[in-house]
Design a protein around this ligand. Structure first.
Ligand code: NAP
Length: 484
């Protein structure tokens, strides 16, 4: 380390990167550079601009605890409001000038001789850092399935996370592949204008109500003026979302109660028995993400909308062929097929001690101590790393906890004038074993989902409650690390 104040590179200017930079600045760290691949901040909220894009976690919780806004327009804010909020917070905390936009990191390389990280970007720039914090998120690389014939399609196509706003969907025959959290938000928005909308579903979802109306003026006024109301709402939302985790952790008891709640809602939304049968999930409640929308299922019953449950066998020049032999001719295919979650940082190369590649260290599945630190990769930390996603709850709560935890490591580094900090391999191995064991008997293990890697290991999610993670990461235990 060249000075007392470590030089920190943060990769990503989404909620994680901004949270980290604010936390470090508040504690007197000044040598911070944030490298962001996009031309603007926001991360997933910059890229996911599809119609109807909004958070499905109430904004009072899906926001920083130290920057509570009282004038959210709805319970779950639309994408543009979230983006404005994050930009405002970054500005207010003096973080915006630290961001270098359109700088996609393609390699981070640790040099043991100097205890430095060398960070290279696609533009050819290189940076030297004492500490690297990777805050690239889990949901940043759109996944498009490699169906046979995909390149043959002569119509228009795009991924929902890279919405083509220049393409006019009105009057077109549109295919939507996938029916996850993104699709249930934009399908109701585009259905009215499309000549024909074909929704291709591989697996049905458990759904819960969410109308998300604009708040009446009196609600906004009350939140703004009544002391403690905002805090109370945040607390309420916190424990409400923890109840979803409770249901996932206890699928035979609490899980059944919430499944019943969901089933009653879905029945009321799907009066047509044939459609109901096709849109009905056949796996344990909570295994995949439970989706909140009061608009998606009724949209499937519109005359110009068809729910297709036969598997897609190939993409043709004019559309999609399904297992029943039918060809669905369309003008546009929207891939709403999620993200390459289990690849984590790939295609970015991360090379640690002794030339070890992170992709090799994670060959049998990604793992990190508390989702943040990996043995063999000194002074490198993750935000929203392995096993820190939440199925019920707000990722912002986790990111704030991580930012504060990593800051403690940096404080020790600074105070002791150490050159590097590394998690002990035995500590990481034990914590990973314990974490994985906590999935036993939970709904997460009851089906396949994007939370699992190819070997079936759950690598995306934290197995417990938000409050447990916050508690576990509140104080960094220096004995779990080697400072040298
Ligand atoms: P997703 O939930 O992973 O959904 C992908 C969809 O594509 C699923 O229906 C999946 O079917 C389908 N699919 C994938 N590969 C396929 C194939 N080869 N053939 C047919 N269907 C295929 O992706 P997402 O909707 O973009 O959401 C991802 C995550 O982003 C969410 O779970 C959530 O955490 C987050 N998100 C959050 C919000 C928010 O409001 N906070 C909003 C949107 C997204 P299977 O189910 O069968 O795999």
């Amino acid at each position: 380390m060249t000075g007392v104040d470590p030089r920190v590179i943060i990769v990503g200017a989404g909620f994680g990167g901004i949270a980290a930079a604010i936390e470090l600045r508040r504690h007197g760290f000044d040598q911070i550079t944030i490298l962001e691949a996009a031309p603007a901040l926001g991360g997933t909220w910059f890229y996911n601009s599809y119609p109807g894009s909004a958070c499905d976690v109430p904004s009072h919780l899906y926001s920083f605890s130290f920057e509570q806004r009282r004038d959210w327009s709805r319970l779950c804010s639309p994408q543009s409001e979230i983006l404005d909020y994050l930009a405002g917070v970054a500005e207010e905390h003096g973080v915006t000038p630290l961001i270098r936009f359109s700088e996609r990191v393609d390699e981070c390389h640790f040099d043991p001789a100097s205890s430095c990280w060398y960070v290279r970007t696609e533009t050819g720039s290189s940076y030297e850092a004492d500490v690297v914090m990777i805050a690239a998120g889990q949901l940043n690389q759109p996944a498009v399935p490699s169906l046979p014939g995909r390149e043959r399609f002569a119509g228009h196509s795009f991924h929902s996370a890279r919405w083509d706003h220049d393409y006019e969907l009105r009057g077109k025959r549109v295919a939507v592949i996938g029916n996850g959290a993104s699709a249930v938000q934009f399908v109701p928005q585009i259905a009215g204008g499309a000549a024909q909308l074909s929704v291709f579903q591989r697996t049905a979802n458990w759904m819960m109500p969410r109308k998300n109306h604009v708040y009446p003026r009196w609600v906004r006024a009350a939140v703004d003026r009544v002391p403690g109301l905002q805090w109370l709402r945040r607390q309420w939302v916190f424990y409400y979302t923890e109840s979803l985790t409770l249901a996932i952790r206890h699928p035979r008891t609490v899980g059944r109660v919430l499944a019943l709640r969901s089933a009653l809602f879905m029945r009321s939304q799907l009066p047509d028995l044939e459609l109901r049968a096709r849109a009905w999930p056949d796996y344990t409640f909570g295994c995949k993400r439970v989706l909140f929308s009061s608009h998606y299922l009724p949209t499937l019953a519109l005359p110009n909308v068809e729910l297709i449950t036969d598997a897609i066998t190939e993409v043709t020049e004019t559309g999609l062929r399904t297992a029943d032999g039918r060809v669905h001719d369309v003008d546009c295919i929207i891939w709403s097929t999620g993200f390459k979650v289990t690849d984590f940082v790939a295609p970015m190369r991360v090379i640690g001690e002794g030339g070890m590649e992170l992709s090799d260290a994670w060959r049998d599945g990604a793992h990190a101590h508390l989702g943040m630190a990996v043995p063999g990769f000194p002074s490198l930390f993750f935000l929203y790393g392995p096993n820190t996603n939440t199925s019920g709850g707000s990722i912002i709560v986790y990111l704030e906890a991580q930012a504060a935890y990593i800051r403690q490591a940096l404080e020790r580094l600074r105070a002791g004038r150490h050159e590097r900090v590394e998690v002990r391999p035995d500590v990481e191995a034990v914590s990973d074993r314990e974490l994985q064991a906590r999935f036993d008997g939970t709904a997460w293990t009851a089906c396949d989902s994007w939370y699992r890697d190819e070997q079936g290991r759950i690598v995306a999610n934290w197995p417990g409650y938000m409050r447990e993670y916050v508690e576990r990461t509140r104080t960094l235990d220096p004995d779990e690390y080697v400072f040298s």
